[in-house]
Ligand binder design. Structure first.
Ligand code: FE2
Length: 255
């Protein structure tokens, strides 16, 4: 069972490189299922219905979310019955925190979690939420997207779930980490898959705006970076227990 998991799709640049890379990704990696984190897909904040449709047309089977899950409020209206998986540890929210995908009779449970450290202390404990979800597990495989700020929270969750799920993959920090590995009890792990969007911004945002914020202490509202783009992903072989990092860069003509 090969799963292609694409990191945080950030605005139009992310959608553009995703669309232009999908044929090559399919041909090269032959994924059975394709999952992506879509919480930044609409202008960097959330997911509206128009963007959802565009992403589904690329062949993605499910979209996980994160801290910007409700950034586009219209998701409230279409999340039920959609292929969107919102963080499972929201105490009270529409939609589902997990979905079971099916490929030729083999089932894969995909779970989305939100971290609490430096992020959202008002949500339920991601660790205990996993205990509850796994108590009713019926799927052949389980994959977890932990959308979190703190590296330590992600590493800790990886160890907590080692041997109990098939993969723990981090999202949110937008920089691909080089720590993809098999944990001691067999779970595939990577702290952050990386972002799919602008290459030369600051984690997606136009660099001048973020530089002003750091140097002057204030800045204009965020705008999405322009120019070259990147796609970050991992390929999981759940049967062979391997995890492979994928990083693609695309440049405009002349650079
Ligand atoms: Fe995020």
């Amino acid at each position: 069972m090969n799963i292609l998991f694409i990191g945080d799709i950030y605005g139009k640049p992310g959608i553009d490189i995703l669309r232009s890379s999908m044929a090559t990704l399919r041909e090269t990696y032959r994924p059975n299922l394709i999952i992506a984190n879509g919480e930044n897909a609409t202008k960097g904040r959330g997911l509206d219905k128009k963007t959802y449709k565009i992403l589904m047309e690329t062949g993605i089977h499910a979209l996980t979310m994160g801290n910007w899950v409700w950034g586009q409020f219209e998701l409230f209206d279409f999340i039920e019955g959609s292929n969107v998986i919102r963080p499972a540890n929201f105490p009270d929210a529409p939609g589902q925190g997990s979905q079971v995908l099916n490929f030729n009779g083999v089932t894969v449970m995909v779970i989305n979690l939100l971290g609490r450290t430096f992020m959202n202390p008002n949500i339920n404990c991601p660790f205990k939420t996993m205990d509850e979800l796994l108590a009713n597990r019926t799927a052949d495989y389980v994959i977890v997207d932990i959308h979190a700020e703190a590296t330590s929270e992600k590493v800790a969750l990886g160890h907590y779930l080692d041997g109990r799920v098939d993969a723990v993959l981090g999202t949110h920090t937008h920089v691909q980490t080089a720590d993809s590995r098999v944990l001691p009890k067999g779970t595939l792990y990577q702290t952050d898959i990386g972002m799919t969007g602008p290459l030369d911004g600051v984690i997606g945002v136009k660099k001048e705006i973020v530089l002003d914020r750091f140097i002057k202490g204030f800045a204009r509202p965020n705008e999405i970076g322009e120019g070259a783009t990147q796609l970050n992903a991992v390929l999981l072989d759940l049967k062979a227990r391997t995890i492979e990092r994928i990083h693609i860069e695309a440049f405009e003509a002349g650079r």
